[in-house]
Design a protein around this ligand. Sequence first.
Ligand SMILES: [Zn+2]
Length: 215
Amino acid sequence: MKYARPLPSYMVTRYQGWKATTHAENKSWYRRLADEGQRPRAMIISCCDSRVHVTSIFGADQGEFFIHRNIANLVPPYNPDGENHGTSAAVEYAVNALKVSHLVVLGHSSCGGVAGCYDMCSGNAPELEEKTSFVGRWMEILRPGFDALPEGDDESRKSALEKISVTVSLNNLMTFPFVQKAVEEGTLSLHGLWNDIGEGTLESYDPDVDGFVTI
Ligand SMILES: [Zn+2]
């Protein structure tokens, strides 16, 4: 692979700092993590957005969360068609192999993926409707959510769609037979969250009110 290049120096410097401090001071713990394998209690599915700092929000250490990130924290419906499905593979591994107790879908404010979906479904982003747009095709998962949006101004509807991206994913998770089975047996619980990046607030989906409430 002739295109790979050495890391930029700022990354090398940061890594060496981590190795000399955090790692050096907790060597036996890292050794145990390596020897005993991972046993995360929760899987978190979040957006790729660099501002969604999953481990920081929950003060998580290495080995605590099994994290999967994709555009707009979406889970597609169960579709065993023999094709490549990265998100479905991660969910299958977390539930069947790691047997996580919690599966958390974490949405966020100002999500570019959700905004793109909104524009595409409104007919304002023809480039996303192209067959060659991976983002556009991926965001089709959220189109039923767009179709169900109440009337309102664009900003509030986009914000509402960010939360719908969480509930659509939770509903799609339940179409996976092994997720449904674990939930019904009481060994797995699903959770929906939405993070306001500017305010630092976290809202949790509450089925009793069919909406999100601040934690
Ligand atoms: Zn996002």
